[in-house]
Design a protein around this ligand. Structure first.
Ligand code: HEC
Length: 124
């Protein structure tokens, strides 16, 4: 009984907090999309800094250095150089170009997942 009371007082708030820090399903989805589609150019996960190409800013840098990072991630597909590589839904790739420059096919709701993953890289 005493153990239960102690757990209710100390353990319960703690376990609730641990759950709050678990990545959400949306964040996990965003990370997966980032690793598959963005890590060709960007360092997307600070734990794997040697991916990407060095001339492209890392996600961690973008999120922490730019106040308007959320706006930029939400509209990244319209910002250079992405319009030439990102397609949505069942838009068909141009086969001549595709051979030289493989494109990324996303759904519009993937943007929310990417923003959720980017938010997880914010240093508090
Ligand atoms: C072919 C390489 C390439 C791929 C693939 C790529 N990016 Fe980028 N991205 C860049 C480059 C280069 C820049 C920097 C552009 C600049 O400085 O003007 C950039 C910049 C950005 C920015 C900042 C844009 C701005 O205007 O400040 C965001 C956000 C971004 N990328 C998100 C993504 C996401 C999300 C993905 C994957 C779905 C992705 N990128 C895939 C090359 C790429």
């Amino acid at each position: 009984m005493r153990a239960l009371v102690l757990w209710l007082i100390f353990g319960l708030p703690f376990s609730a907090q641990a759950r709050a820090e678990e990545p959400s399903a949306l964040e996990k989805k965003g990370k997966q999309i980032s690793v598959i589609h963005c890590s060709r150019c960007h360092v997307v996960d600070p734990k794997h800094p040697f991916t990407g190409i060095s001339s492209t800013p890392s996600f961690e840098l973008l999120v922490n250095a730019l106040d308007d990072w959320e706006e930029r991630f939400s509209s990244f597909h319209a910002r250079l150089p992405h319009p030439s590589i990102v397609r949505f839904g069942d838009e068909q790739p141009d086969p001549d170009i595709e051979e030289l420059r493989p494109s990324v096919t996303l759904e519009y709701e993937d943007i929310d997942a990417l923003v959720a993953y980017a938010a997880s890289l914010l240093k508090k």
